[in-house]
Design a protein around this ligand. Structure first.
Ligand SMILES: [Zn+2]
Length: 132
């Protein structure tokens, strides 16, 4: 991989990192709005008494997922800066470039990702999710 390609991927990662931070902040904010502590006054007009518990769970999952992805993105940026980007963290082999184009923060080669469930690098879905 050339220096130019790495610079491209780095700016992609920085952009992705910003987007994830923004989405995580939005998810956290909508969580704060939804959570009503026991004993608190729940008569606010914007909060119907019947809380959407399932929706809340989904928001918590999104917030955690975004945080996790953000960490992976930061780690990938650090690997570029350290000069060992594109090397599998597990077996030390070079990660396929097509894989890096699809998942720029991938830390494992396809073989290790397949053999180790914990090492699966999830691709980011195309469009940013929308919050209310
Ligand atoms: Zn590997």
């Amino acid at each position: 991989m050339t220096k130019t390609e790495q610079a491209d991927i780095k700016s992609k990662l920085l952009e992705l990192g910003k987007r994830l931070k923004r989405e995580a902040a939005l998810a956290a904010e909508s969580l704060r709005e939804d959570v009503v502590k026991p004993g608190e006054n729940t008569s606010l007009p914007t909060h119907p008494a019947d809380q959407d518990v399932e929706g809340l769970d989904a928001e918590i999952a999104i917030a955690q997922n975004e945080e996790l992805l953000w960490e992976q993105v930061q780690a990938a940026i650090q690997r570029i800066e350290a000069g060992n980007y594109g090397v599998c963290e597990q077996c030390g082999k070079l990660i396929d470039e097509a894989r890096l184009q699809a998942i720029p923060y991938a830390a494992h080669c396809i073989d290790c990702a397949r053999s180790d469930r914990d090492a699966i690098d999830q691709p980011v879905r195309g469009e940013p999710r929308r919050f209310r």
